[in-house]
Design a protein around this ligand. Structure first.
Ligand code: ZN
Length: 178
């Protein structure tokens, strides 16, 4: 059996870097600067761009890396940093990029390219539909192992076919066993 690589999809995955595309979170929720500092009480919290040394626990391991340009609100008086949802999104994107994980946009594009619903993809991958949904809304970052699995799933027609027959008929002998 020769697996057919869907090269178009592989290229599509590698050609889209982590875009800071906005998710469906409510817009306009941000108050105008300067903000009042929760630490020193001064109205001196403004937007700044800093080099940030992140240490993030993911998938049972701690990853340390530097984010060269993190945009976050900082108090000009005491240096207090404010970690908003937008800051968290940047850190998540940086972790994804550091680990070379698929971004929500890349996963979404892969599903669209295959014309596959989230339900169908989740069934074949053997994960809960809610899990896939959390990856797509950036509420959760997939493990490195599952990320590799999804990449293989997107790239090889033969893998998708074998997974379909396995999930369709659990009584039958798995196509992965010889
Ligand atoms: Zn302050």
């Amino acid at each position: 059996m020769t697996p057919t690589a869907d090269l178009e999809i592989v290229m599509c995955i590698s050609m889209h870097p982590n875009q800071a595309k906005q998710t469906e979170r409510p817009a306009g929720a941000e108050r105008p600067f300067p903000w009042r500092c929760r630490h020193c009480g001064k109205n001196e919290v403004v937007m700044a761009t800093v080099s940030y040394d992140a240490e993030i626990r993911h998938d049972g391991r701690v990853y340390a890396f530097t984010i060269p340009h993190l945009a976050l609100p900082i108090c000009q008086v005491c240096g207090e940093r404010v970690f908003t949802v937008k800051v968290d999104e940047q850190i998540s994107a940086a972790l994804r990029s550091h680990l070379r994980l698929l971004s929500p946009e890349e996963i979404r594009a892969g599903l669209e390219r295959l014309n596959m619903t989230q339900k169908e993809a989740a069934e074949r991958l053997g994960i809960a539909e809610a899990t896939l949904s959390r990856w797509l809304t950036d509420a959760q970052i997939q493990s490195t192992a599952l990320d590799k699995f999804v990449k293989v799933f997107f790239a090889f027609q033969a893998v998708r076919e074998a997974l379909r027959s396995e999930s369709n008929d659990p009584q039958r002998r798995s196509p992965f066993l010889r």
